[in-house]
Design a binder for this molecule. Structure first.
Ligand SMILES: [Zn+2]
Length: 224
């Protein structure tokens, strides 16, 4: 029975409703436009589909940390919807890269995949269908591993090391992103520090960051 159980459809990743990857009610929770400031970008903002709690949190953790890649599809659609209703699409044009926030090497090993890549690729494909010359591109690396910097080679490599946020545009990517627009993609915004470091690194490399699209944002702290 255990082997058979593995073959049966799973419940909704958010609420366990049988026979759904992500049920309509949970999907509806991702229909918001949660806005947070993101300095140094053309929109000045990051946009999220949902507040990160309850069923939203369950669904994202199932996808991100438990390998439920069948959620790629609904999450791709939800992020594309956010790109439109946020108005971010109005500022997308010319050559543009959709850049996922980087995962640490340790997280990559644990997950066995770059979970944001399918979302970035789908977003770029959606933009191309609307006449924007967009491509998904992993232009960022999490440079700090176990408290030390990844070694970079040569002058370009040193130039590519930026800030102290542990996030860098590697030398191979600097020439490509210089002068282009970039839309950042991430899963969860907490303090916004990661996105801020991404913007700083990309800006120093000469890219103009339009803004960021994410699945969810942690609720703002209460009055106290
Ligand atoms: Zn559900």
């Amino acid at each position: 029975m255990d082997a058979l159980g593995l073959l049966l459809p799973r419940g909704c990743a958010g609420c366990d409703l049988p026979d759904h990857v992500l049920c309509d009610d949970c999907r509806a929770l991702f229909g918001r436009t949660v806005v947070a400031p993101l300095a140094g970008t053309l929109t000045g903002r990051s946009y999220s589909c949902a507040v990160y709690d309850g069923c939203v949190r369950h669904a994202i953790l199932a996808w991100k940390d438990h390998g439920e890649s069948e959620l790629d599809r609904p999450f791709r659609q939800l992020l594309a919807g956010l790109a439109w209703r946020s108005g971010l699409m109005d500022l997308c044009g010319g050559g543009l890269f959709v850049v996922p926030a980087p995962s640490s090497p340790r997280s990559l090993r644990r997950r066995g995949r770059r979970h944001l890549d399918p979302l970035a690729r789908a977003l770029a494909a959606m933009m191309r269908r609307h006449g924007i010359e967009a491509r998904a591109y992993g232009a960022l690396e999490a440079a700090h591993v176990h408290g030390r910097s990844v070694q970079t080679r040569g002058r370009a490599g040193r130039a590519a090391r930026m800030g102290d946020g542990g996030i860098a545009v590697p030398a191979r990517a600097v020439r490509l992103v210089d002068g282009t627009r970039v839309v950042l993609v991430d899963d969860i915004v907490t303090t916004g520090a990661t996105l801020h470091h991404c913007v700083t690194a990309l800006g120093t490399a000469g890219a103009r960051v339009v803004g960021a699209l994410t699945l969810a944002a942690t609720p703002p702290p209460g009055p106290d």
